[in-house]
Design a protein around this ligand. Structure first.
Ligand code: TRP
Length: 334
């Protein structure tokens, strides 16, 4: 097994939504089919332990995310699709890296700093902050370095973690042996950031998201809930500030988008637009929804796909960890 050209992880918390589709799933599905690329995608279930302490939710989320990626066309035979917790080499590497990561580097992590800032009113700055949250960039570094990934596609909020990964890798290479590739971050500016029901970025944390695989009825209901202004049916409308339009644009072709913008300037009733948006998205999701529903009913089939993926991944991680162990002086005494 070759090292990873592309690698990215999906934290298993929450239900996959339209924003995940256009931001992460759609571009990954495309890369997964490229015969010239060796791409790795994994369910980051160890990461989900940090925020969520509900075992039932974690499992359900892993099932839904795996089913969604497969239903939307991930080519799991051509890429490597696995569960982080099926790769025991990752936590071992995490510890090795933890022992050469400066605490000061972790002090600067945005997520940790934000958690401390939230405690400003309390007299305990550490309130509710676990060691998992504090050192999570090291786990992420291990995910990436375990497969010597060259490129890591992530959202903007993860860029700092990639810088830290490079820092940690360089330190290992300097202290022990030059084993790690320094990974490059790929922030795809063209992949859409979708607006949610209230116009802010669609996100689990804002609870403003539209699930990918609810029923047809639920999808329609959600789209009808999207906030609009109070302009009347025939009044010209501005597409650039409209949530409905931005969602349409994320799915439609450039020509269709242009035609829709023209209808906005002539005046389109909000009710009409909502209906058309529903029809358009529903058409795209119809077939995947069927596959998704079948997959959710057959979790052991998903397990089998993920186990096979883990076997492929371990063809790389087992021998590579062996070299890493040797480099640090943990190997046979002979
Ligand atoms: N931390 C990432 C996120 O919240 C998920 C993730 C975990 C990841 N390990 C990774 C992404 C390794 C890229 C590479 O989005």
């Amino acid at each position: 097994m070759k090292n990873a050209d592309f690698l990215t992880g999906i934290t298993t918390s929450g239900t996959p939504h339209l924003g995940n589709y256009v931001g992460a799933i759609r571009p990954a599905v495309e890369t997964s089919r490229d015969k010239n690329l060796n791409s790795y995608y994994f369910l980051a279930d160890y990461h989900s332990l940090i925020k969520n302490h509900d075992p039932r939710l974690r499992k359900q989320s892993a099932l839904e995310i795996a089913a969604a990626w497969i239903a939307l066309g991930l080519d799991y035979d051509n890429c490597v699709f696995y569960r982080q917790s099926d790769i025991p080499e990752i936590p071992e590497l995490t510890w090795i890296l933890t022992c050469l990561t400066a605490k000061g580097l972790m002090n600067r992590a945005h997520a940790y700093k934000a958690a401390v800032a939230d405690n400003e009113q309390d007299n305990d700055p550490d309130k509710g902050i676990t060691m998992g949250l504090f050192s999570y960039p090291i786990l992420m570094a291990a995910d990436i370095l375990m497969f010597n990934a060259k490129k890591v596609p992530v959202g903007k909020d993860q860029v700092q973690h990639l810088e830290m990964t490079r820092d940690i890798a360089a330190r290992f290479n300097h202290i022990y042996e030059n084993l790690f590739v320094l990974p490059e971050v790929v922030v795809d500016e063209t992949s859409a950031v979708l607006s949610g029901l209230d116009g802010r970025k669609m996100s689990k944390s804002y609870n403003n998201y539209i699930p990918l695989f609810g029923t047809e009825k639920a999808l329609r209901k959600m789209i009808m809930k999207i906030q609009t202004n109070s302009l009347g049916p025939d009044e010209p409308k501005d597409p650039d500030t409209c949530t409905l339009f931005s969602i349409y644009q994320a799915f439609a072709t450039p020509e269709q988008t242009k035609a829709m913008a023209a209808r906005y300037s002539r005046g389109i009733a909000w009710g009409t637009m909502k209906n058309e948006l529903f029809e358009y998205i529903n058409e795209i999701l119809k077939e995947p929804r069927k596959r998704y529903d079948e997959l959710i009913q057959a979790p052991s089939d998903i397990d089998a796909v993920l186990k096979k993926g883990a076997e492929k991944a371990r063809e790389f991680s087992v021998p590579f960890l062996d070299r890493i162990r040797k480099a640090v002086g943990i190997s046979s005494l002979g």
